[in-house]
Design a protein around this ligand. Sequence first.
Ligand SMILES: [Zn+2]
Length: 209
Amino acid sequence: MADQKKHAGNLSLLGGRPCLDFINTLNWRGRKRPTEFLQTYTDLIAWSQHVGTLSRQAVRRVTQKSKSQRSKQARALKRAIYLRETLYRIFSSLADGKAAANKDLETFNQFFSKTMKNSKIVKIPHGYKWDLEEDPANLEWILSPLIRSAADLLVSKELKRVKKCGDPACGWLFLDTSRNCSRRWCNMSDCGNRAKASRFYKKKTGKRK
Ligand SMILES: [Zn+2]
């Protein structure tokens, strides 16, 4: 994905699931210097609102509670990046047809068990649904919906549709919902076109020889 004028609050959401979009907050994983979109805890809040895991009201509460808590913010951001990279390794292995490493699954389960403590079942008009107890005083709380999203995807039939962008430099992951499971790029108009242009160039220069 092109990075120009992109920031945490407007980053393209092409993963198909919040946990995959979370992984994609680090761009150009295949390059020497990837682009980090989560530079601060405020970025994490802005991105969470953008992806829809935090409501506007929750954003207000979390912003209020985290205000002037620099060291807690830094720690929560560090934990977020630790979670994101664990998720990347898990889903990247699965996209490559390999099992997730035990160590990564253990790390994920530590996050998951904390999230389960905040989880509850609530009544909705036609049944019940999972819900999360808000805990804005705990700055890591905003990771909970992403942990749930990853847990849901890991046990779903859709897991086999998790793919890596065809451009190894890009490194984005996405859920391929196309009927014949043929999507190759995170974004056809970006990574797909770049690959097309490079193929065309190689063909053109090859003909000259
Ligand atoms: Zn891509």
